[in-house]
Design a protein around this ligand. Structure first.
Ligand code: ADP
Ligand code: MG
Length: 567
């Protein structure tokens, strides 16, 4: 078990102290794990109903995160996944309740029902006006057993509806009626991708295979309805939705609020993928989704997975969900979009510069390009390996992606005008490459093309100047210079070799000299301390390894040289 805790025995205390220290509107009650609104006495004086919820810890931000103006008055927190005691609930009731009375909102678990239920009875016998509502929104299990449905994430919506009604000053019976109306139209179902570990237990409560998910998993890891293989998210979410539609008897034309809840360990991007299918699925089913909530509302510790909730709403319920609150875990409702049409992007013209002169070497130019693309694809895993050692391991995929993009664009490149073609290549790389190499290769080809545009393209000297211009572009944009362990340590020696080319040497010969200089330069990066880019974080640990960007330059330059010498 690896957790950010001090001691398994003080998890709940430490957590609640963190919550209370971070928010001066909250106060902890003495001797119990109860978080309350600091202004609870003023509530009572104003004749407002007090709202108390809670249950075992481990569902954060529920329930302490929902304490605040417009939502709960207090949360009574038990040990992890364990109902709080009768006396804890009773302490909350007796300390906080004013003349307007208290509504207890309880998730349907036997422990919670009994502890909250007995506390309610005892408080009533002492003359306190207490009402209790039990929420069971989990449609995974049929509603025909004696224990009824479990209360899961949808409960948070009941808190909010009751919170707004209490804040508005409605009497206890009406607050309870508003909460009950919400609770009867509330349908949720969970999907578990992993187990979770109760700190005091130290090991996961159950195991799921690597390729296994559990439909209808409870928020304490209780059994779901069935296990199945991992499938595309849409398929798995579809199972939840279909069950919710049928169990909720949700009919076309009905109005709902949708909640997509993180069970604790799910990446935000996955929740958005779930939301996409939930919203599309509701529309297909003919439901009118009035509002949507996507986030972490009620969890099962670090369990990966989600739950989906649909709440049948009328105007009054919707208004209560939209009413303001200061509780930190609540998110304002989002209004879903009705269509997904995209705004077209404005773009630079493909060629931003002049086209320059034409030449008769289009076929050679193209052959060199094709060979470069092939070698970059062939070396994808090798470059990935090199970049994994000193960087983040994406260089191989990036350059291979760039190569595929160039291959696709090959027929649209104006290879009769190399200056223009280089600028077109720059545009392709700009769009396809990404990472650090993307903009650097884009500026290299753009600057080289721009330099060539004003030159005699058949002269080797023009190509040497264009190459130098490309290097200067890279230095200006990336801020690196020679010896800092970047692709420049291959490019600059090559530029130098081109400048000092032997008189009378042909293009193929020059290219070979330049490529050899590039490869040598790349090899020397093994002894250079990284000063730019991601490998700079490694410091001396990079020594002995070649810079992947410099190596890639040597690779494609040698390929160009070979292609020129073949033609
Ligand atoms: P990242 O993944 O770090 O964004 P890439 O994997 O696309 O970058 O490219 C890594 C290569 O980029 C490095 O090996 C290095 O040669 C080159 N590089 C990094 N920073 C610079 C810079 N400022 N100037 C020139 N080249 C750089
Ligand atoms: Mg990288």
């Amino acid at each position: 078990m690896k957790k950010l805790i001090n001691d398994a025995l003080t998890v709940v205390d430490d957590m609640l102290e963190g919550v209370a220290l971070a928010n001066r509107d909250l106060i902890l009650l003495q001797g119990e794990n109860i978080v309350a609104r600091r202004d609870f006495a003023a509530l009572g004086a104003a004749g407002k109903v007090v709202l108390i919820s809670g249950g075992g810890a481990g569902h954060e931000p529920a329930h302490a995160g929902y304490v605040g103006q417009g939502l709960l008055t207090a949360a009574v927190v038990g040990a992890v996944f364990t109902s709080p005691s009768v006396d804890a609930v009773l302490s909350a009731i007796m300390t906080l309740t004013g003349p307007a009375g208290v509504l207890l909102i309880v998730k349907n678990y036997t422990g919670d029902r009994l502890n909250f239920g007995l506390a309610a009875e005892l408080a009533r016998s002492a003359g306190v006006a207490v009402e209790m509502i039990v929420v069971g929104d989990d449609v995974a299990l049929d509603d025909n057993g004696t224990v009824g449905r479990r209360g899961i994430a949808g409960t948070v919506l009941v808190h909010k509806v009751a919170g707004a009604a209490a804040e508005a000053g409605l009497p206890l019976a009406e607050v309870k009626a508003a909460a009950e109306r919400a609770a009867t139209g509330l349908f949720s179902m969970g999907l578990g991708l992993s187990a979770c570990t109760v700190p005091a237990a130290g090991t996961p409560g159950f195991t799921l295979g690597d390729n296994e998910v559990e439909y209808g998993l409870g928020i304490h890891g209780e059994n779901g309805v069935r296990r199945g293989p991992v499938e595309p998210a849409d398929n798995m979410v579809h199972v939840l939705l279909e069950r919710i539609f049928s169990q909720g008897q949700l009919l076309p034309g009905e109005r709902v609020v949708a909640m997509i809840n993180n069970l604790g360990g799910t990446a935000v991007q996955e929740l958005d993928i779930v939301a996409r299918h939930v919203l599309a699925g509701c529309v297909t089913h003919g439901l009118k989704v009035e509002a949507v909530l996507v986030g972490t509302f009620l969890t099962a510790l670090e369990m990966a997975g989600c739950s989906v909730t649909l709440l049948r709403v009328d105007d009054a319920t919707l208004a209560r969900l939209r009413a303001p609150t200061c509780a930190t875990a609540w998110h304002p409702l989002q209004s879903p979009a009705t269509d997904l049409s995209r705004q077209p992007c404005a773009a630079l013209p493909v060629s931003a510069g002049p086209s320059g002169a034409s030449w008769r070497k289009a076929a050679t130019f193209k052959a060199a390009l094709v060979a470069v693309c092939a070698i970059l694809k062939e070396h994808e895993s090798h470059l990935t390996e090199l970049d994994s050692v000193v960087g983040d391991g994406d260089l191989g995929t990036s350059l291979a992606r760039g190569a595929v993009a160039i291959e696709r664009a090959l027929d649209t490149l104006d290879c009769d005008h190399p200056a223009l073609a280089l600028q077109q290549i720059s545009a392709v790389l700009r769009r396809s490459l990404g990472g650090t190499s993307g903009p650097l290769y884009a500026i290299f080809t753009f600057s080289a093309g721009a330099s060539l545009a004003g030159a005699e393209v058949t002269q080797l000297a023009s190509w040497s100047r264009a190459f130098q211009a490309g290097c200067e572009g890279v230095m200006k944009l990336g801020g690196a210079k020679a010896g800092e362990r970047t692709m420049l340590d291959a490019l600059l020696p090559a530029a130098h070799a081109l400048r000092n080319r032997e008189k009378g040497a042909g293009a193929g010969e020059c290219a070979l000299l330049a490529a050899s200089a590039a490869l040598q330069g790349a090899a020397q990066t093994k002894q250079m301390l990284p000063r730019k880019g991601r490998s700079s974080y490694l410091g001396e640990r990079a020594l002995g390894h070649v810079d992947p960007g410099a190596f890639a330059v040597g690779l494609w330059m040698m390929t160009v040289a070979n292609a020129l010498n073949r033609f």
